[in-house]
Design a protein around this ligand. Structure first.
Ligand code: CTP
Ligand code: MG
Length: 225
């Protein structure tokens, strides 16, 4: 069964407050997006990698990327960017499974992606990388209303792996119904589908705010030793 990667990279990175979108920030010897694509290409050499970028992106053409990377135009929200890539795949390629992975998650390890792939394929069921919540979780506004038992709480990461046709219809229908979609799994859940939780490293963080950069620099240097 053939597998393709989809990388949403059309965001502006407002919370990062950098002088360019966060996927183009330098992390050691290459940009965030180059690291991310390296990880996917190491996981499955030469697999199709569809990257959604924004229309006026002046940084992407400067990157040093392998020839199996193809671009599509991104959309208004992350889900629109992902859907554009899925529609492109459906029209132009024969693909069974798709793994959607944030451009802004360069720290993912190929071994964790391989674990996701083998679990989804052997159970014939979609799934996501996620890490168990570590802290004690409080609910409330100014005062604590409750302590939420964390035994069944997970932090969703990417990649998120689903059958291309199932994810395309779930995302299309969820967007048409104006459901709030922050990841692929939430569209599948809304459509009534099953999503497996595959435990991943907690340091597969999404670079979001300025303080994430120093952490990512440290971790990426350690990974390539
Ligand atoms: N993304 C996208 N298309 C959009 C919005 C986001 O492809 N319309 C991508 C981002 O480039 C990022 C991933 O989705 O790789 C996760 O989104 P997020 O972390 O929210 O990135 P940004 O939207 O760029 O950041 P911010 O919300 O701080 O502006
Ligand atoms: Mg965003």
């Amino acid at each position: 069964a053939s597998i393709a990667f989809v990388v949403p990279a059309a965001g502006v990175g407002a919370r990062m407050q950098a002088n360019k979108p966060k996927q183009y920030i330098q992390l050691g010897n290459k940009t965030v997006l180059e690291h991310t694509i390296d990880k996917l290409n190491t996981t499955i050499p030469n697999a199709l990698i569809i990257v959604a970028i924004s229309e006026d992106d002046a940084y992407f053409p400067e990157l040093d990327l392998p020839s199996n990377v193809i671009t599509v135009l991104g959309g208004k929200e992350r889900a629109d960017s992902v859907l554009n890539a899925l529609n492109y795949l459906t029209i132009n390629h024969v693909v069974d499974w798709v793994l959607v992975h944030d451009a802004a998650r360069p720290l993912v390890l190929p071994n964790d992606i391989l674990k996701l792939i083998s679990t989804c394929q052997s159970n014939q069921c979609g799934g996501i990388l996620a890490s168990k919540v570590r802290d004690t979780i409080k609910q409330g506004s100014h005062f604590v209303d409750a302590t939420v038992p964390r035994e069944t709480l997970w932090q969703a990461q990417t990649p998120q792996m689903f059958l291309l046709n199932e994810l395309t219809s779930a995302l299309t229908n969820a967007l048409n119904a104006h459901v709030a979609i922050t990841d692929e799994a939430s569209a599948i859940e809304w459509a009534g589908g099953k999503v497996q939780l595959i435990e991943s490293r907690a340091d597969n963080i999404k670079l979001t705010t300025p303080d994430d950069i120093a952490i990512a620099e440290f971790l990426i240097a350690k990974q390539t030793l």
